[in-house]
Design a protein around this ligand. Structure first.
Ligand code: CS2
Ligand code: MG
Length: 405
């Protein structure tokens, strides 16, 4: 079964998504997600110019060899652009393998370890009360786990909270250039405990609560935050500090028992090896699209299981529904699966382009039983909504210093 054609399609049903479609000489096709928010066209060029020509004529069944060929074989390893491209090819090949076998991908991984996948939803608010009202709405919808983010009083724009703007395109205006956001650790600390005191008082202890710091704190500040929030029994504290230097987490870990999660920007197992091996984290949040596909995600899950680390894949709106489908197969299989981030399946245009087959009931997602990934992509519909340049925001401290976003 030879690879006959590889298409790379960028569409924008409210956000940019890069989709790869691999077509074999048997007429079977598979799809994968290569979206790299704010740098989409770099991945498109990489795929079209450098990846696709090398794969035409290769046997589509040899997923592992093709993965190694694109990773080991090119000399230039790792990197966000490279790994997003490899990821999309890998997902598309798993999709094809499932279709050939007549089985959903999770069956090829080893079958189900659970009946459904627990999701966490986002409650974002303009202030503490607004965030809690949002959380209440989600709890009423049946969600068992909620991530709480509140705008910080006296800061222009806070991570995860868009203010009166409906999306990042509106935030960017006509320029489009990266919008700027502001950060003050002091003002954040003045607000954050209140959010969790009030959340526990209002919702009790039967709902799981989570929080994303978006790498805004230094390790010792994260340790202080962990100590403050420990008593509110969070499922995890996400991206407290950056861990390019994985030793940063030793500092946090030696001060607090709050469960720690990280990994949404990681491209390979090497980015989290020390964190996992030294048991400095509790949840690894790599995404299939940014960590090279299903093949390495399976390896990361197995490696993490040796050290009591659970998986909690990234599920932001800038990963396409194809990535979410790939995660569903990994999540239903992985014995050490923890929780899946969930922000819905996009707007109506997105749902017309990406034909998802996952049902969500009471905060749990049920995997597709269709052969392959169980998601389809409507190329014609996608073409009606072309790429629009867009950037993620950048963050500055109040004195203008560039900070982590
Ligand atoms: C966030 C993301 O979902 C999350 O946990 O950190 O929304 C993140 O900001 C975006 O995916 C960045 O591309
Ligand atoms: Mg995050």
């Amino acid at each position: 079964m030879k690879i006959k054609e590889i298409k790379v399609i960028v569409c924008n049903p409210g956000r940019n998504f890069v989709t790869v479609k691999i077509i074999t000489d048997d007429g079977i096709y598979g799809i994968g997600d290569a979206t790299l928010n704010g740098r989409e066209m770099a991945v498109v060029t990489y795929l079209e110019e450098h990846v696709a020509p090398c794969l035409i004529g290769r046997d589509a069944q040899n997923i592992e060899d093709i993965w190694q060929y694109l990773y080991r074989g090119v000399y230039w390893r790792k990197g966000a652009v490279n790994m997003a491209a490899i990821a999309a090819i890998d997902m598309a090949l798993w999709d094809i393998k499932g279709k050939v076998a007549g089985l959903p991908v999770y069956q090829l991984l080893g079958g189900k370890s659970r009946k459904a996948v627990t999701l966490y939803a986002h409650a974002n608010g303009e202030n503490v009360e607004h965030t809690l009202d949002e959380a209440e709405r989600l709890i009423k919808e049946g969600f068992k786990a909620i991530r709480l983010q509140s705008a910080i009083p006296d800061l222009a724009v806070t991570y995860g909270v868009l203010g009166d703007k409906k999306d990042y395109f509106e935030l960017q205006g006509d320029r489009p250039l990266p919008p700027e956001q502001e950060w003050s650790t002091q003002k954040y600390f003045n607000m954050i405990e209140d959010l969790f005191i009030k959340a526990r008082a209002r919702f009790g202890n039967n709902v799981e609560l989570l929080h994303d710091v978006h790498s805004r704190l230094t390790p010792i500040e994260s340790a202080r935050l962990g100590k403050i929030l420990e008593k509110y029994n969070l499922l995890f504290l996400e991206d407290a500090s950056i861990a390019e230097n994985q030793d940063n987490y030793k500092i946090i870990r030696q001060h607090t028992t709050i469960p720690l999660a990280i990994g949404e920007t990681y491209n390979t197992i090497w980015d989290c090896k020390d964190l996992i091996q030294n048991q400095l984290i509790d949840y690894i949040r790599t995404a299939a699209t940014h960590a090279g596909g299903i093949t390495p995600m399976r390896r990361i899950a197995d490696f993490a299981s040796l050290y009591n680390v659970k998986t909690a894949p990234h599920g932001a709106p800038d990963l396409s529904p194809i990535c979410f489908s790939a995660h569903m197969h990994l999540n239903i299989w992985a014995p050490n699966f923890g929780i899946q981030e969930f922000v819905g399946f996009g707007n109506d245009i997105s749902k017309k382009i990406f034909k998802q087959d996952i049902s969500v009931e009471n905060g749990m997602a049920y995997v597709s039983e269709k052969p392959g990934l169980g998601i389809d992509f409507d190329e014609e519909e996608a073409k009606k909504h072309p790429y629009k340049r867009s950037y993620l925001p950048v963050c500055r401290l109040e004195d203008g210093t560039l900070w982590n976003w």
